[in-house]
Design a protein around this ligand. Structure first.
Ligand code: DGJ
Length: 724
C-alpha cells in the first residue's frame, strides 16, 4: 500500500479514496491536486505554471511574475502574493518576510505528537504515515517544517507546522496558520456554522466570491458565534452526491478559517490560530508548533464528508475508556431545580432516576461555596454545607447505593468577585494591571497562563475526585475573555496571551484525564460555546446547547453533525412547556431527537407523571439495547429541518437501521411524502421490527418509506422505524 510516495519532486499522499499531490518547484513547495484517489503516477501535466500571460499550455516556469496565480502550499507574507498568507515572520531588522525553500523531507511511520496540543493519534497497526517537509529561509535561519499525517483508512489528512528559529537573532511570529490548500477550480460554495447562545451551529451556505469567506473567533474560545471549520463544496453538491472538502481545527481558542479567491481564481483554503492580537516570540533555538488542521475530501456529498470527520474524531481524537464504552444514560438536575436543592432533594431524585433506569445523576451548578445564584463563589470549590449537609462523599455513597453514578459541575476557569479565592489571590485574575476588569455574569476569569493557577484548578477538581467516588465532571465556561492581561507574564509576552491560556487549559485537562482515567469529562460553555476537536480530545462529549427544545435541538444537532460525531453531541430530554422556548412537543419528539446525540435527561425525575414514567423506562431500555447503533453507526441527515416539513435522520450499523422523523410544520392537508433511505444493501431484505413487514434495500432506497402523518394538533408528532 502506497500511502506516501515521493518521486521526481512530487509528493503524493494517498488515502483509500483520496489523493493529495504537491510538487517542489525549484525549492518552492506548490500544490498540485487534492481530490478523488489518483493512480500512483506522474502528475506533472497538472502543474499550474505561474505565468502571467495566460499561456497555460506552456511547460516553462523560469519566471513567476505573480504569485496570486500560483498554487502555493504555505504562502508567506512578503513573497509577492496579494492574498491571505499563512505565515508572517517579523525579523529582528524590522522586516516581515521569510523566503522558504524545501531542503529535505522525511516519512515517519505513524504520527508524531504535537507538543502541548491535542491532536489525532495513530494506534499500532493503523495505516498511518506522516510526511515532514523541511523548508528553510537560509538568510534568517528560520526553519518551517510542514507535517502531513495521512490516515489511509479514514480518508483524512491532518496538517500542522513547526517553526524553529535557527538564526542568530530573535524573531516574532505574527501569523502562523496550520495549513493552506490551494485549488485552481473555483466554483465552490462555502459552508460554515454561525450561532449564538441557545442557537448554536446554524448552517450557512453561500457561493465563494472574490470577497472571500472568513470564519473567525477572537473572544478567547472557539465560540458560539462561529465554529472552527470550513467546508467547500461544488455548487451542485448535495447531502448524498458531489464533491466537498472540509477543514477543521483541533483548537479551542481564537481561530481563523478562510477561503480566499484570488483575481486569477486560485482558491486558498486555510485555517489556524487567528492572527488578531497574536504574536509569538522565538528566541534563538526556540520552536513553535501550530494546532492540527484535520482535512478530508469526499465525493459522496456532505454526508460522506461528515462521516469521514465523525469517524476520525470518534476513533482517533477522543480518548480514554469512554471512547468505546457505552456512554451512561445521564440525568442532569439543572433544569429540575437550578440553584435550589438540598441533599434530601437529590436523594429523592436519585431514588426516582434509578427506578427509571438512569445510570448517571449529575448535580449541576450551586453545590459549592455559598452559591445560591450565579453571583458568587466561583473558585471556592468546597461543598456548600447548608445545602448538602451530609457532604459530597456521603451523598455520592447514597446515589451509588441506588445503582447510579454521581457527577458534578465545575466552572474551573472562573473566579467570582464575591469569593474567598479572590481575597487570597487577587493576582490570579486575568487582568490588565491598573484597569478594572469587566465582569460578565458576575464573574471574572482566572489567569491560566500562570502555572500556579493551573495547579490550583487541577487541585480543586482532583481533591473532589480523590475524596469521593464522583465519576463524571461537567466542565463549564460561561463568559468570553476581556481585559487580556496577566500579572504573571512579561510585557512582551502579552501578545502570546490567548494561546498561552489555551495551552494552560490543555495542560490541566491532560493531567486530570491522565490521573483520573475512569472519570467521564463533559465539556460545556454556556451550552455549546466551545465545541471543537481540541476539547473533544479531553472530553468525549460536549453539552451542545442550553436550548433543550426538541425542534430547536433538531436544527442545532443537524448543524453540529456537519463535523462532529453524534456520540460527542450531548442531547437531553427535558420537560414541556420547554424552559427556553415555552413550546410543547410530544414525548416521542423529545426522545427520538435526543438520539441524535449522547442520550440523557434534564428534568426532575420525581415529578414525571406515571404514564410518562413507563414511556421513559421503555425508551431507556430501547436506547440501551441499541446504543451501538447510536454510538458507532453511520449517521445520515435525510432532511434539512430548517427548510423542510420534517426533520429526518437515519443510522445504519451492521444490519440495523434506525430512522427518526419529527413533523415540523402542520398543514391542514398533510400530503404523503416518501423518505428515501441511504446506505443500505440493495439486495438485502430489511424487516420493520414493529410491523414485521419486509422490504428490499433497493425498495427503501429508491422508493423509500411512505409517510402520511395526519392530525391537526401541533405537538410535533414524531415517529421512529427500526429495521433489521
Ligand atoms: C451553563 C450551562 O450550559 C448550563 O447547562 C448550566 O450548567 C449552567 N451554565 C449553570 O450555571
Amino acid at each position: 500500500m502506497n500511502i506516501i510516495k515521493v518521486t521526481n519532486n512530487q509528493f503524493q499522499l494517498n488515502t483509500q479514496n483520496t489523493s493529495y499531490v504537491m510538487h517542489n518547484e525549484n525549492g518552492v513547495l506548490c500544490h498540485t491536486y487534492y481530490g478523488k484517489r489518483l493512480p500512483d503516477c506522474d502528475h506533472s501535466y497538472m502543474i499550474k505554471r505561474n505565468r502571467y500571460n495566460g499561456d497555460f499550455q506552456s511547460d516553462v516556469s523560469e519566471n513567476i511574475p505573480s504569485l496570486d496565480n500560483a498554487l502555493l502550499e504555505y504562502p508567506v507574507f512578503g513573497d509577492g502574493g496579494i492574498t491571505n498568507p499563512a505565515l508572517e515572520v517579523l525579523n529582528s531588522d524590522g522586516t516581515n518576510f521569510a523566503d522558504l525553500k524545501v531542503v529535505d523531507f522525511v516519512v515517519h511511520n505513524g504520527k508524531p505528537e504535537i507538543d502541548g496540543l491535542p491532536a489525532s493519534y495513530a494506534e499500532d497497526g493503523d495505516n498511518v504515515q506522516t510526511l515532514e517537509i523541511k523548508t528553510v529561509d537560509s538568510f534568517s535561519g528560520v526553519e518551517v517544517s510542514l507535517f502531513y499525517a495521512v490516515f489511509y483508512d479514514y480518508d483524512v489528512i491532518t496538517r500542522w507546522v513547526k517553526i524553529t528559529n535557527n538564526g542568530e537573532n530573535n524573531i516574532t511570529l505574527l501569523k502562523a496558520l496550520s495549513g493552506n490548500i490551494a485549488f485552481d477550480n473555483h466554483n465552490y460554495d462555502v459552508i460554515s456554522n454561525f450561532g449564538t447562545w441557545a442557537r448554536e451551529r446554524q448552517i450557512e451556505r453561500a457561493p465563494l466570491l472574490h470577497t472571500g469567506a472568513v470564519v473567525e473567533a477572537n473572544c478567547g474560545s472557539s465560540s458560539h458565534s462561529t465554529n472552527p471549520f470550513l467546508i467547500m463544496a461544488e455548487r451542485n453538491t448535495t447531502e448524498h452526491n458531489g464533491e466537498a472538502v472540509g477543514i477543521a481545527l483541533a483548537y479551542s481558542g481564537n481561530h481563523k478559517m478562510s477561503a480566499n479567491l484570488s483575481r486569477y481564481n486560485v482558491v486558498n483554503l486555510s485555517g489556524g490560530i487567528s492572527n488578531d492580537n497574536f504574536r509569538w516570540n522565538l528566541e534563538k533555538g526556540e520552536s513553535f508548533s501550530t494546532p492540527e488542521l484535520v482535512i478530508s475530501f469526499s465525493d459522496s456529498g456532505l454526508n460522506g464528508l461528515s462521516q469521514n470527520f465523525h469517524s476520525i474524531i470518534k476513533n482517533r481524537v477522543c480518548r480514554g475508556i469512554y471512547r468505546d464504552k457505552k456512554r451512561p444514560v445521564l440525568l442532569n438536575l439543572w433544569e429540575a431545580c437550578y440553584f435550589n436543592f438540598t441533599d434530601e432533594t437529590i436523594k429523592k431524585a436519585a431514588d426516582s432516576a434509578a427506578d427509571l433506569g438512569v445510570e448517571l445523576l449529575v448535580i449541576d451548578d450551586g453545590w459549592f461555596g455559598k452559591r445560591n445564584n450565579d453571583r458568587s463563589s466561583l473558585g471556592d470549590w468546597n461543598v456548600n454545607e447548608e445545602k448538602i449537609k451530609c457532604g459530597l462523599d456521603e451523598l455520592c455513597k447514597y446515589v451509588n447505593s441506588k445503582g447510579l453514578m454521581l457527577g458534578i459541575w465545575f466552572e474551573p476557569e472562573m473566579i467570582s468577585p464575591d469569593s474567598e479565592l479572590i481575597k487570597k489571590h487577587p493576582e490570579w485574575v486575568m487582568q490588565i494591571k491598573g484597569r478594572k476588569p469587566t465582569e460578565t455574569r458576575w464573574q471574572l476569569m482566572l489567569d491560566l497562563t500562570n502555572p500556579e493557577v493551573q495547579d490550583f484548578v487541577y487541585d480543586s477538581i482532583a481533591n473532589v475526585l480523590k475524596t469521593t467516588n464522583i465519576e463524571y465532571i461537567k466542565w463549564d465556561y460561561n463568559r468570553t475573555m476581556a481585559h487580556i492581561g496577566s500579572t504573571y507574564l512579561k510585557a512582551d509576552q502579552m501578545g502570546e496571551y490567548y494561546h498561552r491560556y489555551i495551552l494552560g487549559l490543555y495542560n490541566v485537562l491532560e493531567r486530570l484525564t491522565t490521573d483520573f482515567p475512569k472519570v467521564l469529562f463533559e465539556g460545556c460553555a454556556s451550552g455549546g460555546g466551545r465545541f471543537d476537536i481540541g476539547m473533544l480530545y479531553y472530553t468525549p462529549q460536549i453539552w451542545t446547547s442550553d436550548d433543550t427544545d426538541a425542534v430547536e435541538r433538531a436544527e442545532i444537532q443537524y448543524g453540529t453533525s456537519l463535523i462532529y460525531p453524534m456520540s460527542c453531541i450531548s442531547a437531553h430530554v427535558s420537560v414541556c412547556p420547554n424552559h427556553q422556548t415555552g413550546r410543547t412537543t410530544s414525548m416521542a419528539a423529545r426522545h427520538i431527537f435526543a438520539l441524535t446525540g449522547s442520550f440523557g435527561y434534564e428534568l426532575a425525575p420525581e415529578k414525571i407523571a406515571e404514564n410518562d414514567r413507563e414511556y421513559i423506562k421503555n425508551f431507556i431500555k430501547f436506547y440501551n439495547d441499541n446504543f451501538e447503533v447510536f454510538q458507532n453507526g453511520k449517521y445520515y441527515r435525510l432532511s434539512n429541518p430548517k427548510a423542510d416539513d420534517y426533520a429526518i435522520f437515519e443510522y445504519v450499523y451492521n444490519n440495523k437501521v434506525i430512522v427518526g422523523l419529527m413533523r415540523l410544520k402542520t398543514h391542514a392537508v398533510n400530503l404523503q411524502t416518501n423518505v428515501k433511505l441511504v446506505g443500505l444493501d440493495e439486495n438485502k431484505i430489511y424487516t420493520d421490527k414493529a410491523t414485521g413487514k419486509t422490504y428490499y434495500g433497493s425498495q427503501l432506497m429508491n422508493y423509500g418509506l411512505k409517510i402520511m402523518t395526519n392530525g391537526r394538533n401541533n405537538d410535533f408528532y414524531a415517529m421512529m422505524w427500526e429495521f433489521e
